[in-house]
Design a protein around this ligand. Structure first.
Ligand SMILES: N[C@@H](CCC(=O)N[C@@H](CS)C(=O)NCC(=O)O)C(=O)O
Length: 337
């Protein structure tokens, strides 16, 4: 390749439609108008994917210079360094941290309802497994797709326990999803994005999970019944355009604060800090009380790593005079200290 080609060659995003983190990164590239090619990681693309990827995870972004980037949050951060305009995050440091906090909530906790509904209920299992099989095997016969779908279903269902979804935790997970929708729907009724007139980091994280929920029959039904504004926001987030700037906290607060208090402070952070503590102590599993109900799960390294990054992000905020009182009132501050 000539240097000129290297300069103009687009980024490539290897991903799959059923992966929340893949569609999160794809929407970000679309929003930023960064030239890119969406490469469906199907069986034809698998050999190249395996050659380039360090971890067997999508999304994988290959830069025009041939570097391989993985893990959606660091990918977005690296892309912000390379393509700073228009900035993803609000200028205001308080709002920027709240946006990062909501992204972390979406990526690490919001994935639970998504994964839970998809692989718990028979209709959802079959719908998702078939879509995944179909996308990964272009040109395959109906029989080949049916048998691949069955293999996918059998492989994914036992993974419910890795995210802590079981008969015992179903109530906690489903209550959290329904509460999330009840809070988001009125918030998104009067604005295009979570922080106002343009999407920020939080929108991309939350969109990734909720877009998946909207494709699975059981959570989609809940969304159609009680969260039409969330569904419209999901459509907007597939190819988002700025319509204005972010709003000040005073205008966001009435409907956004409940998400920080009732989900992030009451459910996500108690769970994530319990996971991190169990990891420190070398415990293979942990149990925590969330909203009065027990929640048990195998300890996971990744969540603890991203919680540490979030804590470092908070520690780096120079002026916390507006931020700390919000976090304190939402019951978040003590978990992040
Ligand atoms: N923290 C990672 C998570 C990536 C991830 O878990 N990807 C899943 C799909 S959503 C995956 O690739 N699983 C294995 C596979 O599909 O082959 C990120 O944000 O990118």
């Amino acid at each position: 390749m000539h240097n000129a080609d290297l300069m103009t060659a687009p980024y490539r995003i290897f991903g799959v439609e059923a992966s929340p983190y893949s569609v999160k990164v794809r929407s970000y590239f679309r929003y930023k108008r960064i030239p890119h090619q969406w490469v469906v990681r199907d069986r034809t693309a698998m050999p190249e994917f395996q050659r380039l990827a360090k971890l067997p995870l999508v999304p994988l972004v290959v830069t025009p210079q041939g570097e391989a980037l993985q893990d959606s949050t660091p990918i977005l951060e690296e892309m912000e360094r390379r393509h700073p305009d228009p900035a993803l995050q609000p200028n205001d440091a308080t709002l920027a941290f709240l946006s990062a906090l909501l992204e972390e909530y979406a990526d690490e906790w919001g994935n639970k309802p998504m994964f839970h509904y998809r692989w718990t209920y028979d209709d959802d299992q079959r719908s998702a497994a078939e879509r995944i099989a179909r996308e990964s095997m272009p040109g395959a016969s109906a029989d080949e797709i049916a048998s691949a779908a069955e293999m996918i279903r059998k492989r994914m269902v036992p993974r419910l326990k890795l995210v802590g979804s079981s008969k015992a935790t179903r109530g906690v997970i489903e209550a959290s999803f329904e509460r999330q929708l009840r809070i988001l729907d009125p918030h998104l009724a009067t604005r295009s994005f979570l922080f106002g007139g343009r999407p920020t980091l939080a929108d991309f994280g939350l969109f990734g999970q909720l877009y998946q929920c909207a494709t699975d029959p059981t959570p989609a039904r809940l969304m159609q019944e009680g969260a039409r504004h969330v569904l419209r926001w999901i459509e907007r987030m597939l190819d988002p355009h700025a319509e204005g700037d972010v709003e000040p906290w005073t205008s966001l607060e009435p409907t956004l604060f409940p998400l920080l208090r009732d989900e992030v402070g009451a459910v996500f952070l108690p769970w994530s800090t319990a996971n991190a503590r169990a990891l420190e102590r070398g415990e293979a599993s942990f149990e925590v009380t969330l909203g009065g109900a027990p929640f048990a799960q195998e300890t996971q390294k990744y969540h603890a790593k991203s919680l540490a990054v979030l804590r470092a992000r908070l520690a780096a905020v120079a002026d916390r005079s507006a931020l700390d009182p919000i976090l304190e009132r939402a019951g978040c501050l003590s978990w992040l200290a």
